[in-house]
Design a protein around this ligand. Structure first.
Ligand SMILES: [Zn+2]
Length: 68
């Protein structure tokens, strides 16, 4: 059973919902009945793009061969 993460756009209440693929996505916040949006995030990665997203994309300096 996949777990979906939702966040309310009105009160920013975040919650998880266990739903099957055939279930209708939730649309209302359980707290304030506001509009919720589905949050797509990989397991273990919560804060994207807030300083934790560091990759190895930095170019490596060209190291001269020392095999002489
Ligand atoms: Zn809400």
């Amino acid at each position: 059973m996949p777990t979906y993460q939702y966040q309310c756009s009105a009160c920013e209440h975040a919650f998880e919902a266990f739903q099957s693929f055939s279930d209708e996505p939730l649309t209302s916040c359980p707290e304030c009945k506001g509009e919720v949006k589905k949050v797509y995030s990989a397991v273990g990665v919560v804060f994207k793009g807030s300083g934790f997203y560091k990759t190895d994309s930095a170019p490596k300096p060209a190291t001269p061969s020392k095999s002489e």
